[in-house]
Design a protein around this ligand. Structure first.
Ligand code: PMP
Ligand code: GLN
Length: 379
C-alpha cells in the first residue's frame, strides 16, 4: 500500500508516554491530568449507564447537552449559539477539527497553520487533498505576526486553523488578534477552524475570547472545544463544534459518517453536570495554582521561561545549558532524571530545534514538586 501519510510516524505523545512508563519516570510529556475528575460527574455517568442510556445518541448530540453548552457559552463568552442549528456534540476536539476541515477543504486548497502547531492539524488537511501553508509565530513570545499571516494568503487559501490558548506555548489571543484576523478574512472566501480546547484554562486575569463571540468572525468560524480537557477526563473523547447554521449543516454531513454520534451516557451526565456554572468557572483558579507551583520550582532549575498564560503547558528553554537536540534532551531527562517532557521541534513542519521543551503541569502538587526536585539535577 502506498501511504497517504508517508512522513507521519507514531505521535510524540505516544512515544514519550511509552518511554516514561518504561523508565518509571514522572510523565509531564503527553497532556493529560494526573488526577481524577469530580466524583459527582463519575457518579452521573454510572447513573445514566445503569438507567439504560446506552444506545446511539442523536447524531448532533442530545438536545439537553447542546442547550446547557449554549448557556455556558452565553455565560462565559457572551453569545448564545442556537442549540438546534449551531451546536454539535462530537467525539473529541480532534474529531471536531477533522470534520470541520473535511467539510471545507478540497483538493488544491491551501490552509494556513500557525506554528508551532498541534500535530493533528496537518494530517486533517493533507488527507483532504489540501496543502498546509505554515506561518511561524513570533519566536520571542509566540504571538501572531499578522504581517506574515497576511503575506501567506493566496487565491487558493480556503481556511486558517488557529489555536488559543495555545498548545504548546500557552499564548492567549488578545482582542487585537481577533481584529487582525477579522480584517484578513473580510471580503474573502476564507473559513476559520478555531481550536479552543483550553478555553477554561487561563491565568493572571487573562480571559479567553472565543472567535464565536466576534461579530464578524462568527459567521466564518468553527469553534472546536473539548469536555475532556475542561473536566479532567481526556479519555472520554467528547467535545463539540459551534458554527453558524450553514457551516454546521456541512459539518454534520461529515460528522455523521465519521462517527455518526457520540457516547450517550456521558452526554447525559455532562448535561446534568454543566447546569452549575461554578463547575467550570472554578477551573482557571484550580490550574493557576498548579502553574504557580510549577513555575516557582522551575526558577530553581536554571531553565529559562516566561510563565504560561493559558493551557496546562509550560515551555522552557535550555540552550544556555546544553547544545544537545531537544529530542535527545527529552530522552535523557526521561531516562536519567526520570521526568518526561515533549521536545517542541515536533510542533514545527521543518522540525526546527530551538532547544525548548514542554512540560504538562496538570498533575497533583506532590508529583509536580517531586518532578521539580529531580529537574534540579539539570544544571
Ligand atoms: N487541540 C489541542 C491543542 C490539544 O492539545 C488537544 C489535546 N489532545 C486536542 C486538540 C484534542 O482534544 P480531544 O482530546 O478532545 O480530541
Ligand atoms: N493534546 C495532548 C498534548 O498536546 C495530547 C493528546 C494526544 O496524545 N493525542 O500533549
Amino acid at each position: 500500500l502506498s501511504s497517504k501519510l508517508p512522513h507521519i510516524g507514531t505521535t510524540i505523545f505516544t512515544v514519550m508516554s511509552r518511554m516514561a512508563a518504561e523508565e518509571g519516570a514522572i510523565n509531564l510529556s503527553q497532556g493529560y491530568p494526573g488526577f481524577g475528575a469530580d466524583p459527582l460527574l463519575l457518579d452521573l455517568v454510572g447513573k445514566y449507564t445503569r438507567e439504560g442510556y446506552n444506545q446511539y445518541a442523536p447524531m448532533a448530540g442530545i438536545p439537553q447537552l447542546r442547550k446547557v453548552l449554549a448557556e455556558k457559552t452565553k455565560l462565559t463568552q457572551g453569545y448564545f449559539p442556537d442549540p438546534e442549528l449551531e451546536v454539535t456534540i462530537v467525539s473529541g476536539a480532534t474529531e471536531a477539527i477533522f470534520s470541520a476541515v473535511t467539510a471545507i477543504v478540497r483538493s488544491g486548497d491551501e490552509v494556513l497553520v500557525l506554528e508551532p502547531a498541534y500535530d493533528s492539524y496537518e494530517p486533517a488537511i493533507t488527507l483532504n487533498g489540501g496543502t498546509p501553508v505554515y506561518v511561524p509565530l513570533r519566536a520571542s513570545d509566540f504571538s501572531v505576526d499578522w504581517e506574515k499571516v497576511s503575506a501567506a494568503i493566496s487565491s487558493k487559501t480556503r481556511a486558517i486553523l488557529v489555536n488559543s490558548p495555545h498548545n504548546p506555548s500557552g499564548y492567549v489571543w488578545t482582542e487585537g488578534d481577533l481584529e487582525q484576523l477579522a480584517a484578513l478574512v473580510r471580503n474573502r472566501d476564507i473559513y476559520v477552524v478555531s481550536d479552543e480546547v483550553y478555553e477554561h484554562i487561563t491565568f493572571d486575569g487573562i480571559r479567553h475570547i472565543s472567535l464565536g463571540a466576534h461579530p464578524e468572525l462568527k459567521s466564518k468560524t468553527f469553534v472546536c472545544g473539548s469536555f475532556g480537557k475542561t473536566f479532567h477526563v481526556t479519555g472520554w473523547k467528547i467535545g463539540y463544534c459551534i458554527a453558524p447554521e450553514n457551516l454546521t449543516a456541512e459539518f454534520r454531513k461529515v460528522h455523521q459518517y465519521v462517527t455518526f454520534s457520540t457516547v450517550t451516557p456521558i452526554q447525559y451526565a455532562l448535561a446534568e453536570y454543566l447546569i452549575h456554572p461554578d463547575r467550570y468557572l472554578s477551573i482557571p483558579g484550580f490550574y493557576e495554582r498548579k502553574r504557580d507551583v510549577f513555575v516557582k520550582g522551575l526558577e530553581k532549575t536554571g531553565l529559562h521561561f516566561s510563565p504560561s498564560q493559558g493551557s496546562f503547558f509550560q515551555l522552557a528553554s535550555y540552550g544556555h545549558l546544553s547544545q544537545v537536540s531537544d529530542r535527545v534532551l527529552a530522552e535523557r531527562m526521561t531516562r536519567e532524571l526520570k521526568v518526561a517532557c515533549i521536545p517542541t521541534s515536533v510542533f514545527y513542519s521543518d522540525k526546527r530545534d530551538d532547544k525548548i521543551i514542554r512540560f504538562c503541569f496538570a498533575k497533583e502538587e506532590a508529583e509536580l514538586q517531586e518532578a521539580l526536585r529531580r529537574l534540579g539535577g539539570l544544571g
